[in-house]
Design a protein around this ligand. Structure first.
Ligand SMILES: *Cc1c(COP(=O)(O)O)cnc(C)c1O
Length: 220
């Protein structure tokens, strides 16, 4: 087994154990392999090991890497997990399958227009700034209900769930719990939360998508 295949096996085992520990089915948690800045050999290793769900945080970098691979692997699913500028929306809609970082009305409107133009209807997660950090993207918990209505009713976007990136200097559990509470209130079933250092905790709090980079591919 290659090191990447070993890491995948190990992470899948940890995901399964964390899910079972709270009475959830292991396959209710999706592993999003965060491939940003990783060398092509490592990504090929993950593809060879059967992974098809990947996350990227820069449109241009992702396009260079994945546009060709998408033809070779038609079952690839690409999640966008970074800050999305409206001038990159066209390329993002073309390349990605899911936008996890929908965080403002201007972006919702731009995505709506572009999806109709391309006749490609990506599903979205709304990013919530659970730590109320000034420098961080995401809607505030208070603004979520109104933003959700705008996304759905004014823009016709398919909203699957919520996503968060907890503050680096705080224990993440309270943020995961808050995201879950917000999702419940809005009847949203999917939660993208948890990274290499805290995905097991996130699963305990209900994560349906964990975004894992370094634990899978090694350091960036
Ligand atoms: C880079 C990144 C990750 C993965 O982080 P690791 O600690 O390497 O697992 C997850 N989510 C987002 C939004 C990221 O930018």
């Amino acid at each position: 087994m290659t090191p990447i295949a070993q890491n995948i096996t190990m992470i899948r085992e940890k995901i399964a154990r964390a899910a079972q520990a709270c009475g959830r089915a292991p396959d209710s948690v999706h592993l999003v392999a965060v491939s940003k800045t990783q060398a092509p050999e490592r990504i090929q290793g993950a593809l060879d090991a059967g992974l098809r769900l990947f996350g990227e945080n820069r449109v241009q970098e992702a396009k260079e890497r994945w546009a060709g691979l998408k033809e070779k692997y038609p079952d690839l699913v690409l999640h966008f997990i970074g800050p999305l500028q409206t001038n990159k929306v066209k390329d993002a809609v073309k390349l990605f399958d899911v936008i996890e970082t929908l965080d403002r009305p201007k972006l919702a409107r731009a995505l709506s227009v572009e999806m109709k133009k391309q006749n490609r209807f990506l599903s979205c997660f709304i990013q919530v700034n659970t730590g109320a950090e000034e420098q961080k993207a995401g809607v505030s918990p208070e603004a979520l209900p109104e933003f959700l209505t705008l996304c759905r009713e004014d823009c016709g976007l398919g909203i699957r769930g919520l996503m968060c990136i907890p503050p680096v200097d705080e224990p993440p559990a309270a943020h995961f719990a808050l995201l879950k509470t917000l999702a419940r209130k809005q009847n949203l079933s999917e939660l993208s939360m948890g990274m290499s250092a805290d995905f097991e905790e996130a699963i305990a709090q209900g994560a349906t998508h964990v975004r894992i980079g370094t634990a899978l591919f090694g350091g960036r």
